[in-house]
Design a protein around this ligand. Sequence first.
Ligand code: ADP
Ligand code: MG
Length: 351
Amino acid sequence: MKFVRRGLILCCLMGLLAGLTGCSKEPEKIEPQGKAYFSYFDTVSYVYSYAGDSAERFESRSAEVADILKEYHQLFDIYHEYSGINNLCTVNRLAGGDPIKVDERLISFLKYALDLHEKTNGEMNILLGPVLSIWHDYRTEGLDDPTSARLPTQAELFSAAQHTDISLLEIDEQNSTVRLADPQASIDVGALGKGYATEKAAQHLATQDANGYVLNIGGNIRIIGTKPDGSGWVTGVRDPKNPSESFAANVLLKDISCVTSGSYERFYTVAGKQYHHIIDKDTLWPAEQFASLTVFTKDSGLADALSTALFCMSYEDGTSLTEEIPGVDVLWVFHDGEIRYTPGLADKFVD
Ligand code: ADP
Ligand code: MG
């Protein structure tokens, strides 16, 4: 049931499928030659091939993608531990204790997350775990029993926020260890883990010359190359007012990622008002500026992290930040339906 709900609200999937099935005005429609799906990161993922691979080749390539996603899913999981590995759940459980030996892939990822914390002026903070888990629990309770849905108090949010300073994350690269310096600190990589894993899978495919693959990892789209004729894919950005049926924009994309953060994606309702899952570090409440925001850039991890960070920033600050990072375009959808976008998107829109 969870998967079905997530499936309906995924960012760009609908648009991509519309492109593939001819619901939008794509000039040339080619059915994918291969299609596979699997469930990691609490969501449904798809691999499509337009590469002209044999069935065996497609099967082995999509199995490799699944393996990569599975590995990262296990490393990033904060709710379960797996035998033989220390993952983020282990790091959180042992917070305040000794340094913990972890896989070097986890070290690289955490360094990447620290870098993005700095780049986004702290708006994307993987140490926001204690605050996010409060919202997670209230949301879960409110979805299970909507009549008794409640909001956290400012006092409990504020008290949790005392354990979210990024410096609490200690990384020893040489010894491949990680430590949280406060027993109440915890990591939550919901903002970028899926995108980072998607990028690793995409890079793997690219090194295998797999031109013409599309990954849709829980709505996080990563296009590897182009269609065989050199054209791109029409991808829809959902209309936040009617996300399961209509699109705010359709964009023709090649060799790029497209990641949306939206207030409609995961939320619960208290006294008629919706409270979603992207939390502003300053107010500790859901960020309210936009209905949705979509980032277009090649690196899917960057797209994912920026989608969350920019969602918490004003349009003006977001525009400045975007200008500092080469190869990034953004489309903002405001609550009144107004759409603004960076200049690089101007020639990519299609009807
Ligand atoms: P989704 O992956 O659900 O499509 P996002 O990429 O925007 O959406 O990530 C939202 C998730 O990121 C939340 O569920 C939460 O786990 C985490 N998160 C929310 N706000 C922040 C924040 N300011 N910094 C870091 N992580 C956040
Ligand atoms: Mg994100």
